[in-house]
Design a protein around this ligand. Structure first.
Ligand code: FEO
Length: 405
């Protein structure tokens, strides 16, 4: 065991004992260019309690950090806030090694953990409103179903005023720093927004309900300790308010143009559409070529955009594969309140634009135009049509924003 791996003090009684994954670049399809952390927390109460574990290959790192504070055999309770394997992968071996008195999870968590693993110990279900006594401290629970799995729950340590929020309020960011104020602000904000867009956007309505219910729980929250990324200690209410804003997905003066290209025809069209949007005034536009931007980046940019224009060449009677990929992904994220349109180029058959329109319809994106396809290479009149499409988008979005205010 690496004796140089230490726990990090979160408060006098609570330590971070997780693992840093500097190498992960693809987290089940989410591009994690900055790596991630799997956070586990050790509560040094009378009954020493471990909150969540780490991904299985990082178990030794977690155990080494625990050992820097106490003998792991002293842990009496384990709480599993979330059954996904980046937090539970190390659980079976940890249970076998330390033989805790009890392992707690939500009722759905008990089911999910038993479905994942052949655990050597029976699990104890805890429901919303339940509290367990740790001797000199108390932890209460709040089930957060579908945020983002059915088993997900929050744990609140009253005496230290810490909300352990599992995936919620987290981000994929490997860092040697453990608190949000120790890391560059622009990186924190981008990664938190990207995480919300890629993991939590489909559950926006449930998040709003949870945030409405939160004040009624009368929790005094001084710190939010998520399962990925830094602990929020300066103004934890800031990330709660950002979640409210991102969940609402209100109209914003921003548009994205997402496309791929074979021989630059679709790329040239994208630029003319962007020029049209700019000409309409007041709308920020971002061009996202899929040769350079992955699907998770597109999702992050879409969150605060109110318009999405998608372009694709037709390849073998189909969408270009990268465009099909990103549309399938975005459809699953269920974005709200967007307008959109399609464009593309082809040699002869031109199926891409109708296929994009079908995706937009499935996503409940309001299409303000049927879009159009250019044969082979756009001529000046085609680029003028692209410019007009962009301008039309700008005018429609500006009208909507004016109507909403
Ligand atoms: Fe970080 Fe849903 O697991």
């Amino acid at each position: 065991m690496n004796s140089h791996l230490n726990a990090v003090k979160i408060t006098d009684k609570v330590y971070w004992v997780g693992a840093i994954d500097w190498a992960v670049k693809d987290f089940h399809g989410y591009s994690t260019e900055r790596g991630t952390t799997y956070n586990a927390y050790l509560v040094m109460s009378d009954k020493i309690t471990l909150i969540d574990t780490v991904k299985a290959p990082f178990r030794d790192e977690m155990m080494a950090r625990i050992s820097s504070v106490t003998d792991p055999g002293n842990i009496r309770y384990i709480i599993s806030n979330h059954a996904e394997m980046d937090h539970s992968g190390a659980l079976p071996e940890t249970i076998k090694e330390i033989k805790p008195e009890k392992v707690f999870a939500s009722p759905m968590g008990v089911k999910a953990l038993n479905a994942h693993f052949n655990l050597s110990q029976e699990l104890t279900p805890v429901k919303s409103g339940d509290t367990i006594n740790l001797g000199n401290m108390n932890i209460s629970f709040c089930e957060t179903k579908m945020l983002h799995w059915p088993d997900s729950m929050f744990s609140y340590l009253k005496e230290e005023k810490i909300l352990f929020s599992q995936d919620a309020f987290g981000m994929h960011l490997a860092s040697s720093m453990r608190f949000e104020d120790e890391i560059d602000e622009s990186i924190i904000m981008w990664e938190a927004e990207k995480y919300f867009a890629n993991i939590l956007m489909p559950f926006s309505s449930q998040i709003l309900k949870l945030l409405e219910a939160l004040p009624g729980l009368n929790l005094e929250i001084e710190k939010i300790a998520p399962d990925h990324g830094p602990v929020w200690r300066v103004k934890p209410e800031r990330i709660i308010e950002l979640y409210r804003k991102w969940s609402l997905q209100e109209l914003r003066p921003k548009a994205i143009i997402v496309f791929d290209t074979m021989w630059q025809s679709t790329a040239i069209m994208a630029k003319s559409i962007a020029d049209g949007i700019i000409a309409a005034g007041g709308i920020e536009v971002k061009i996202l070529p899929l040769s350079a931007k992955n699907r998770s980046h597109v999702a992050a940019e879409l969150l605060e955009s109110s318009a999405i224009i998608v372009g694709s060449p037709t390849l073998n009677n189909n969408l270009f594969p990268t465009v099909a990929d990103v549309m399938t992904y975005l459809k699953g994220l269920k974005p709200l309140n967007k307008i959109g349109a399609a464009f593309g180029s082809c040699g002869w058959s031109g199926e891409a634009v109708p296929q994009i329109n079908a995706f937009l319809k499935d996503m409940k994106v309001e299409t303000f135009s049927e879009g159009f396809t250019v044969k082979y290479v756009p001529k000046q009149e085609d680029l003028q049509k692209c410019f007009e499409l962009g301008k039309q988008l700008g005018m429609v979005l500006n009208q909507k924003i004016a109507g909403a205010s």
